[in-house]
Ligand binder design. Structure first.
Ligand SMILES: NC(=O)c1ccc[n+]([C@@H]2O[C@H](COP(=O)([O-])OP(=O)(O)OC[C@H]3O[C@@H](n4cnc5c(N)ncnc54)[C@H](OP(=O)(O)O)[C@@H]3O)[C@@H](O)[C@H]2O)c1
Length: 248
């Protein structure tokens, strides 16, 4: 039985990870965070079997805010005390009034919100929970291929995800004494609600750059996450999954 923490687990990649965690081991206990949409969390909860309902606890916490992140880690410690796996999947792009903001139009609040949500708060969550992670535990961050090969249209997002890559490697030494493995997944373009506003032209343009000629599926990323977590010799790795992006 493992006690598992998953952030942003009610949509796209996070939801797929949740389902994989439930089927990976029928004794896993999972705390699942989401940011805003309780209806979606309730729908997922209601769709679970009675046995799985007992294994999953949903908790709302806007992880773009330090105060809510602290309440969240307090809740996790109270509920679980000790934790085996931490999967930090939360990530946002720079947006204002629902529209993506690009370099040239950034204001400090927009920049800082992305860095805070994608990089600073994941760091503080790990710091808050450091004493509660079990020996041989696992930490898995959701980075992005944009953190390796930056997308200029998502500059601050790319910078934040590059930070996660550095964080993954930097933390290894701090957790060496407990043999805790720390890795990051770096997906390319994955078909999730995140991509829902993309036009057909945009899909076609991007698909031409991908050797598999399609966006990835959430399930494909989720399977990689679970395989990584279950493999005790993967440590300090940044694992790319992008179907051969930029293969020319
Ligand atoms: N999709 C891609 O192409 C792609 C590629 C590379 C990396 N990634 C990374 O993969 C992760 C998941 O992306 P996705 O595509 O699966 O996204 P998604 O389908 O849009 O899912 C978003 C999830 O994040 C939650 N969320 C949003 N704001 C939050 C906040 N402030 N605090 C806590 N939770 C919050 C949402 O919950 P509410 O709805 O309740 O707010 C929802 O559960 C992100 O880190 C993203 O950067 C995605």
């Amino acid at each position: 039985m493992k006690k598992i923490l998953l952030t942003s687990g009610t949509s796209g990649i996070g939801k797929a990870i949740l389902y994989h965690l439930l089927s990976d081991n029928d004794k896993n206990q999972i705390i699942v965070n989401y940011g805003h949409n309780s209806d979606t969390a309730n729908q997922i909860y209601n769709s679970l079997s009675e046995i799985n309902k007992k294994r999953v606890t949903f908790i709302k916490a806007d992880l773009s805010k330090y105060s809510e992140a602290k309440n969240f880690t307090d809740f996790v410690i109270k509920k679980f005390n000790n934790i085996d796996w931490i999967i930090l999947n939360t990530g946002i792009d720079a947006k204002k009034n629902g529209k993506r903001v690009v370099f040239g139009d950034y204001d400090i609040e927009t920049w800082e919100k992305v860095i805070r949500t994608n990089l600073s708060i994941p760091t503080f969550i790990i710091q808050d929970l450091q004493k509660n992670i079990n020996e041989n535990g696992k930490i898995l961050f959701m980075s992005s291929y944009a953190g390796i090969e930056p997308y200029s249209g998502s500059l601050v997002y790319s910078v934040s995800k590059a930070g996660i890559i550095n964080l993954t490697k930097s933390l290894l030494k701090f957790f060496d004494h407990k043999n805790i493995a720390i890795n990051a997944i770096a997906p390319g373009f994955i078909e999730t609600p995140w991509q829902k506003k993309r036009t057909k032209e945009s899909y076609d343009r991007i698909n031409k750059k991908i050797a598999c000629h399609r966006f990835g599926k959430s399930e494909e990323v989720a399977k990689l996450c679970i395989d990584t977590l279950n493999n005790d010799y993967i440590n300090g790795s940044i694992i790319e999954i992008h179907g051969g992006y930029g293969y020319f």
